[in-house]
Ligand binder design. Structure first.
Ligand SMILES: Cc1cc2nc3c(=O)[nH]c(=O)nc-3n(C[C@H](O)[C@H](O)[C@H](O)COP(=O)(O)O)c2cc1C
Length: 277
């Protein structure tokens, strides 16, 4: 058989294989989203129209005190081989009673959203990649068991590496576990990272296609948490099963311009590693 014929046969067989292994095409919201966010449907973006870009971070909460976090460069974390961290990583849903220490939490925040460089009012460069360096994620924390922090809901201000207490209602951990379809391990985690997306920070540049990028960005953030948790003797479990409206209401965000996109629980693993300052 000629080379050309062999090539055509391979392509033909490959197409037949793909068709046989895919269910018949069904229209639905997911397909519509993928279709309508193709470049050919996109309107001129606000950036292209010359509109001013939104701020790099949401403003701090008025009248809420700041909590300085230990500076990332001063935190001593035992060195860990990257390959070992990747091999050891798995989802951990059962945690030791020991608290996380503030330097460890500070390290995890820095690994997931830490700002390495600010370019004027235009962009930040962080420890995670982001489409167009838009960095549209804002982190909230449900603190259950962190030494030196009272339990409650906090916001992380990445630009200044500080926290602000949003709410210390006593039953927040129960309401959050309920809103996550009853996933009880969230109540026993030392801390739950709650990542929200500020949509316009991304759509200003990419229009409707920006929604795709928000979800990809969130994946990078969570993967860094999984790996960084290994280095601090912690375990992590990503969570995507939650009731959107209930969770957005608990965080005090509108669910449209800003919405919860992903969360992950973190807690100390058994056996608890020796404390390092
Ligand atoms: C996008 C995403 C959503 C997830 N949502 C949940 C969840 O809601 N609850 C849960 O217990 N685990 C959740 N997980 C964890 C997965 O169940 C876990 O990654 C998978 O079973 C593979 O196990 P491993 O992480 O230990 O390799 C999620 C993981 C990902 C990546």
């Amino acid at each position: 058989m000629s080379e050309e014929k062999t090539r055509r046969l391979i392509i033909h067989e490959y197409k037949a294989y793909i068709m046989a292994s895919s269910p018949p095409f069904k229209s639905g919201t997911g397909n519509d989203f993928m279709e309508k966010t193709k470049y050919r449907y996109l309107a001129t973006s606000d950036q292209e129209k010359g509109l001013r870009q939104p701020p790099l971070e949401l403003p701090p909460l008025p009248e809420k005190p700041y909590i300085d976090l230990p500076p990332p460069e001063r935190i001593e974390i035992p060195p860990m081989d990257l390959r070992a961290a990747i091999e050891l990583r798995h989802s951990v849903r059962s945690y030791a009673k020991a608290p996380l220490y503030l330097p460890e939490l500070s390290f995890l925040l820095w690994c997931t959203q830490g700002v390495k460089k600010v370019v004027g009012t235009y962009a930040t460069f962080r420890t995670v990649p982001s489409a167009g360096a838009r960095h549209a994620i804002e982190t909230y924390l449900l603190v259950n068991n962190v030494e030196g922090l009272r339990p409650g809901l906090y916001r992380y201000l990445a630009m200044s590496h500080r926290l602000q207490l949003v709410s210390d209602e006593p039953d927040l951990h129960i309401r959050i576990a309920d809103a996550c379809l009853g996933q009880q391990f969230l109540m026993r985690a030392g801390v739950v990272f709650l990542w929200t997306a500020v949509a316009y920070r991304m759509t200003w540049r990419y229009g409707e296609r920006g929604y795709r990028e928000l979800h990809k960005d969130a994946g990078h953030v969570c993967q860094n948490l999984y790996l960084a948790a290994e280095a601090t003797g912690c375990g992590t479990c990503a969570v995507a099963a939650y009731d959107d409206d209930s969770m957005n209401a608990l965080l005090g965000i509108d669910g449209t311009s800003q919405f919860l996109i992903y969360l992950a629980a973190v807690g100390k693993r058994e056996p608890v590693p020796e404390r390092r300052e």
